[in-house]
Design a protein around this ligand. Sequence first.
Ligand code: 3HC
Length: 298
Amino acid sequence: MAGPNIENVRRILVVGSGAMGSQIGMVCALAGYEVALQDIEEEMLGRAREELERRMGRNVEKGRMSREEVEAAFGRMTFTTDLEGPASEADFVIEAVVERLDVKREVFRRLDRAAPGHAVLATNSSTIVSSRIADATGRPELVCNMHFFNPALVMRCVEVVRNPKTSDATVETTAELARRVGKEPVVINKEVPGFVANRILHAIRSEALWLYENGVASFEDIDTACRTALGHPMGPFELMDLTGIDVAYHAANSRYEESGDPKDRPAKSIVEKYERGELGRKSGRGWYTYDEEGRRVE
Ligand code: 3HC
């Protein structure tokens, strides 16, 4: 069986239509690929489609792309609850389902059975390394992490993380796919928790939470310092609201599980917000408050 090769990649299946999966699918369709976006619920797919149409509509209004380009990209996309059908036609699969190992392993087991032998099976996971999933398939050499950043339509970095069994051809194909959809791949040769960008982000976030919880400065002022002194596009608290306080909470728990170091436990203020359901922009409130369109109101 021929190994993976970027020249053979025409159809991409993206599994999971949350904020990450839907934007990853759109990025690939805009770059000319045929994309199937799969989820278990029609309702999720409907919401994903509406949100993408709204975002693309703004891009047309602002003259960033033409209406024809956007229509052609949507013409290349299908929204489906069927997994096996689109998997059987896919040359490349990107999984972006909930960050739970059992769920991902089951998805990969089904994908492995249905997808052609040359298809790379990549996970967008930021916390679960692909070696914990690859053995649920009969093709561990075609499995890796392909980690996009939020918002995936905008952020250019994609971390391509190899597991000890990932083949060079899989890494090359995945990195080249990232380039062809307009991103900048970064190859990570060892499966360290958090990879590169999230480890750096974690260091900044931990310091910001320490300063806030110790009453050194308000979270608003810490955000302002990061923007105006360091040139960050957003402060760490604004960014937590964008990526989700639940994501920060689960990421800290999984780091703690791995290291056993109490310093890795979620910070007190994160636990409180998580328990109150204040998850950031998606729930209308996190560190800041947002209206229905996701604009900050306080
Ligand atoms: N989805 C898609 N596009 C978005 C978006 C979103 N959620 N938010 C903003 N944009 C795009 C839009 O095109 C927007 O223009 P428009 O509203 O006129 O259409 C454009 O970005 C500029 O947005 P804004 O004027 O509202 O604000 P900014 O100039 O601050 O840009 C930003 C927004 C690009 C998100 C920028 O603030 C930024 O780069 N922030 C840092 C993001 C970051 O660090 N991401 C990494 C997070 S870590 C991660 O992803 C790890 C993973 O494992 C979870």
